[in-house]
Design a protein around this ligand. Structure first.
Ligand SMILES: Cc1cc2nc3c(=O)[nH]c(=O)nc-3n(C[C@H](O)[C@H](O)[C@H](O)COP(=O)(O)OP(=O)(O)OC[C@H]3O[C@@H](n4cnc5c(N)ncnc54)[C@H](O)[C@@H]3O)c2cc1C
Length: 185
């Protein structure tokens, strides 16, 4: 099973993790809990009338945990290197191998740049419409890949798009994460 490592557990990273774990990929999220959501109150997230940003994070973490995301809270990623057949991810505690890496590190883009991901003239990591960077199988989402227009719902959408691209590669065809009412019974 492919291992997806997600660096950053804000709305962008957790959304990516929700999609990949829900659909059977081994998923690890590293997060140091400096998400801007702790400063926010949401009135502009469709489907949520009014919610404190920290409460949103608590709910989101619970949701991804239920789908089996290996969420390593307070473990900091210190480096990501290509190892020819994927990535070697180093943290302040250990080393991990991954077939895919998703950078969801907010406005700190150092790790992605160190890996060799190209940036746009404005500074963010350059991505295609599936949020893939110039390095194959490395993705950047949310504030890592956007100049300013990075509200929570947009960041969460980016994470979903990256995850669907990873899932499509793994399954060898365009993958749709569609559920129907009967799935909830
Ligand atoms: C004052 C304020 C008010 C806001 N109000 C709103 C609002 O009303 N509505 C709205 O939609 N948005 C609002 N936002 C913006 C919103 O918070 C961001 O759009 C959103 O948090 C971006 O999500 P993200 O996942 O891209 O990045 P972030 O939420 O910033 O998450 C990045 C995560 O990556 C982690 N990380 C970074 N580097 C590493 C590493 N090396 N190893 C491990 N973890 C790492 C960080 O600790 C952090 O938890 C507001 C922001 C601020 C500052």
């Amino acid at each position: 099973m492919a291992h997806v490592v997600i660096v950053g557990g804000g709305p962008a990273g957790l959304s990516a993790g929700l999609f990949t774990a829900k659909n059977g990929l081994e998923t690890t999220v590293f997060d140091t809990d400096e998400t801007w959501m702790h400063k926010a109150h949401l009135f502009n997230y469709l489907g949520i009338e009014s919610e404190d940003g920290s409460q949103f994070m608590e709910d989101a973490r619970e949701q991804v945990d239920e789908y089996g995301v290996d969420r390593r809270q307070d473990e900091q990623v210190t480096g990501v290197e290509g190892d020819g057949d994927g990535f070697r991810v180093t943290t302040d505690e250990d080393e991990y191998d991954a077939e895919y890496v998703v950078f969801a590190t907010g406005t700190n883009r150092d790790l992605a740049e160190d890996l060799g991901c190209e940036t746009t003239d404005e500074g963010p990591i350059d991505v295609d419409v599936d949020m893939e960077t110039s390095v194959d199988d490395a993705y950047a989402v949310g504030a890592t890949a956007r100049a300013e227009k990075w509200q929570a719902i947009i960041s969460a959408g980016d994470g979903g798009a990256a995850a669907l691209d990873i899932l499509s590669k793994e399954k060898g065809e365009r993958f749709h994460d569609f559920d129907v009412p009967a799935d909830a019974e």
